[in-house]
Design a protein around this ligand. Structure first.
Ligand code: MN
Length: 162
């Protein structure tokens, strides 16, 4: 940070999952990756830090991009409920659960139909771009019925079989 850059505010007040002075943005600007009803707020980003902390919020029924990459994610659920796919496993998510996403692991987050899903996500400041699945990758993931149901956006609160 050069002498010309102002010091960040020591305190930025929170109100209903928005933070003073933090821009509330659509998840990704380039529209190149499939996602639905998700916003991003970058809470901490400073060249003197090695990491960034973001808050993502997915509206009911929405989802993040299915992707993988070399950089890791460390996630803390702060609001609502939903499910995540990490590798070959689908997990239910509740308040304050922690999710570790290792390098090159497929991952996607989905809010439940009835509630939003908000989570903090810690990442390296310097990170590689996400890779999207090929049709072959999707087919491999879908061999597990639980993963296929997740990818289809099924209501996972209901049993998979009638
Ligand atoms: Mn990711």
């Amino acid at each position: 940070m050069s002498d010309a850059d102002p010091e960040p505010m020591s305190l930025r007040k929170a109100e209903e999952f928005r933070w003073a002075g933090v821009e509330h943005r659509p998840y990704k600007d380039d529209q190149s990756a499939p996602f639905k009803a998700i916003s991003r707020q970058t809470l901490f980003s400073d060249p003197r830090l090695l990491g960034e902390l973001r808050y993502f919020e997915i509206e009911p029924g929405g989802f993040s991009t299915l992707e993988r990459h070399e950089h890791m994610h460390a996630v803390v659920v702060l609001r609502g409920e939903g499910h995540c796919l990490v590798g070959a496993a689908v997990h239910p998510l509740a308040l304050h659960d922690l999710v570790t996403i290792s390098p090159w692991t497929w991952h996607q987050f989905r809010a439940s139909a009835a509630a939003p899903l908000g989570f903090l996500c810690l990442v390296n400041a310097a990170r590689d771009r996400p890779h999207l699945p090929t049709e072959e990758d999707r087919a491999a993931l879908r061999r597990d019925p639980a993963v296929a149901a997740f990818l289809d956006g099924a209501d996972l609160a209901k049993p998979l079989c009638p």
